[in-house]
Design a binder for this molecule. Structure first.
Ligand SMILES: *Cc1c(COP(=O)(O)O)cnc(C)c1O
Length: 454
């Protein structure tokens, strides 16, 4: 019988993360202090982040970083995650392509976010921190962080994008079930939130507003650190467990991917599945294509500009060299809440600039069409974010059908959609639509970006 699913034994689970920065020829440019425009050192980040995360953020030297034993022990509760050959999807598409997906939806939190929530909370605990704070969009990160905080005995406070909190109340209930305090952002509980509401009382919130509020809380509360579920380099580092496992599992399947695909919000699940394979491109052994799939209503990779910009709406973060739509960007109200972010991580931005990967942007309706086909063939209802990866994989599989090429496609299924069923309900009722954004809108929004690169 043909094998469909590949799982690693406990002793085969990787014990180190892969730091791609060590192998990059053009390293990411440094984050800058917004006041002095000087490059930041790890110490400059200590007031906000766990110190170990701050060191990992700027580490361009160590290729392999040990996963702490306490974190590995928690990983083993749900890892390895399955690598699955999508035979039924292949059949439905009548494609010669071999399609594999790495299923990060199988843990009880339902997405890949837990892979970084655990180490971030572990390092905080090690360093004597008592409280953590964060932002969340659709709520996957908030749910993962709330659980990880509980695991390591920390108190968690979460700012959730207001529109997502209203559209998807279940994840905020999950967070509160794990013991976290949850507020919709913009809120009246911070200076940043009050300013935003004063300027625009109906502001639906964005990841940018929620980040501002969470950082403000961390800076004004003793023994409280900020945590982030995407964008930053240390988050991408933690997520490389995905691709390192997938590499071993593809070997079990007797194949190596020609194309690796993931959906793209700030870049963590893309980085996680892509970087371990990309290291073989960087060393010249392989020539895999890497595709990051973003919503066409929030197209920073395909239509954004490479500039130093803030990571949040209020300008509290360091300036990061990134592809950005401008830190004030208010994305359309699409259901893929986790992809509604204005910028891309600094590593991904450099890789894109150097042509080592590509972005594609996909309209909302195409993503749900892909999600429905995947549900009906593979029996898993994907998160609206993950539907972007599936849609991109389907596009590639269709190209193979046209050309007759038998490529091997691997995509990351970043999460399940069982708490996003209102989105599917609206799609099935014909109530969802596409949002496109004009060049003028992008141009005018980019005016908010500081002109550092000229
Ligand atoms: C958060 C999230 C994303 C987007 O974030 P990345 O950092 O780009 O991976 C994608 N899929 C799911 C299920 C998410 O929860």
């Amino acid at each position: 019988m043909r094998q469909k699913k590949f799982i690693l034994q406990e002793n085969e689970i990787p014990t180190q993360w892969y730091n791609i920065q060590a192998d990059m020829v053009n390293k990411p440019m440094p984050p800058l202090n917004p006041g002095t425009k000087e490059p930041l050192k790890a110490e400059d980040l200590f007031p906000i982040f766990a110190e170990e995360c701050a060191r990992q953020e700027l580490d361009q030297e160590h290729r392999w970083i040990d996963i702490p034993e306490e974190v590995l022990e928690k990983y083993r509760f749900y890892r390895s995650t399955p690598l699955v050959r999508a035979y039924e999807l292949e059949k439905a598409l009548d494609t010669p392509a071999h399609i594999y997906f790495k299923n990060e939806s199988t843990n009880p939190l339902g997405s890949h976010k837990i892979n970084s929530a655990l180490p971030q909370c572990y390092y905080c605990k090690q360093e004597g921190v008592t409280n953590v704070t964060t932002e969340t969009g659709a709520g996957q990160w908030g749910a993962a962080l709330s659980y990880a905080a509980k695991v390591f005995g920390l108190e968690a406070a979460v700012y959730q994008v207001k529109i997502s909190l209203q559209q998807k109340p279940y994840r905020s209930i999950m967070m509160r079930t794990f013991g976290a305090a949850v507020e919709g952002s913009p809120s009246m509980s911070t200076r940043a939130g009050k300013d935003i509401i004063t300027a625009d009382p109906t502001h639906p919130g964005s990841l940018g507003t929620a980040i501002s509020e969470a950082i403000e809380l961390a800076m004004t509360t003793p023994n409280c650190k900020y945590t982030l579920g995407s964008v930053l380099s240390h988050v991408s580092l933690h997520q490389t467990i995905i691709g390192l496992e997938a590499e071993k599992q593809m070997e079990m399947a007797g194949e190596y991917p020609d194309i690796v695909i993931a959906c793209f919000g700030g870049g963590s699940n893309f980085s996680g599945i892509a970087y371990p394979f990309m290291r073989h491109n960087l060393s010249g052994e392989k020539n895999t294509t890497f595709i990051a799939a973003e919503p066409n209503s929030c197209p920073k990779l395909t239509r954004g500009k490479f500039e130093y910009d803030f990571g949040d709406a209020s300008g509290y973060t360091p300036l990061l060299p990134m592809y950005t739509l401008g830190h004030n960007f208010k994305p359309a109200n699409i259901h893929a809440g986790g992809l509604r972010y204005h910028g891309a991580g600094t590593i991904v931005s450099q890789l894109l600039k150097d042509g080592l990967m590509q972005g594609v942007d996909i309209p909302q309706l195409e993503t749900f069409e892909a999600g429905i086909l995947f549900s009906r063939t593979e029996g898993i209802i994907p998160a609206p974010e993950s539907c972007h990866a599936i849609a991109a994989a389907i596009r590639e599989a269709k190209k193979c059908k046209e050309s007759g090429e038998q490529k091997t496609i691997l995509f990351n299924l970043s999460g399940h959609g069982l708490i996003d069923m209102t989105a599917y309900d609206q799609y099935l009722n014909g109530d969802l639509r596409n949002y496109t954004i004009t060049d003028e809108e992008i141009q005018s929004n980019l005016e908010s970006v500081p002109k550092i690169l000229g």
